[in-house]
Ligand binder design. Structure first.
Ligand SMILES: CC(C)(COP(=O)(O)OP(=O)(O)OC[C@H]1O[C@@H](n2cnc3c(N)ncnc32)[C@H](O)[C@@H]1OP(=O)(O)O)[C@@H](O)C(=O)NCCC(=O)NCCS
Length: 167
């Protein structure tokens, strides 16, 4: 199911046969540098697909597959995790081959518009590693503002920046 489109990209729900593409994203240690342990194999990717499909059914949101219109390949994942009523956390992960082409900014912009207009969301937050300057820039370009440095065991790394955008 197509969730939204931008000029160059389509965001859609995952299918089980996308597991190899998912592994290309979350199995890559450069992509996972600030996120966590890279997926080890296809089984882990399949489980993540299943979790995303369940989250979509339950919350109408998940990290969707980002497909380049140009060649119909999956180049990343972007979407939301539920935080609390009317508040979502945004996340975006792209394969290194496409970094620096504006895809993250374009996708995040599409997701923000979708959340505020179609999901009746009032606030979106983003957590980035303090050293993940590219990720911070993507959020700042889209209007997010720094809130605070947060620490906590629930975070994959101990110290993160919290940024937020309100409607
Ligand atoms: C962070 C990430 C999403 C950026 O994706 P991207 O498609 O390269 O981002 P964009 O091309 O839209 O770049 C947006 C801006 O950030 C800048 N930028 C991107 N990567 C950067 C980096 N490593 N250091 C500094 N600036 C960077 C770009 O130059 C651009 O700035 P500009 O508009 O002034 O030219 C991508 O590197 C990625 O997927 N990383 C791994 C996963 C990750 O860390 N996700 C975020 C978790 S919180």
């Amino acid at each position: 199911m197509i969730i939204l489109e931008t000029k160059r990209l389509i965001l859609r729900t995952w299918k089980f046969d996308d597991a190899e593409d998912a592994l290309k994203i979350w199995g890559n240690s450069d992509v996972m540098k600030y996120i966590g342990k890279p997926f080890e194999n296809l089984d882990v990717a399949k489980k993540a697909m299943q979790n995303a499909i369940s989250a979509q059914e339950k919350h109408r949101i998940c990290l969707w597959a980002v497909v380049a219109k140009e060649n119909q390949t999956i180049i990343g994942a972007c979407g939301f995790h539920p935080v609390e009523d009317k508040v979502l956390e945004i996340a975006y992960h792209f394969i290194p081959e496409v970094w620096g082409k504006g895809f993250a900014s374009e996708t995040v912009q599409g997701c923000i518009e979708f959340a505020f207009t179609k999901l009746n969301i009032k606030k979106i937050v983003g957590f980035t590693d303090v050293e993940n300057l590219g990720s911070q820039k993507v959020l700042e370009k889209n209007g997010f503002e720094f809130v605070e440095i947060v620490t906590g065991q629930q975070l994959s790394k101990q110290i993160k920046e919290l940024l937020s955008l309100s409607f």
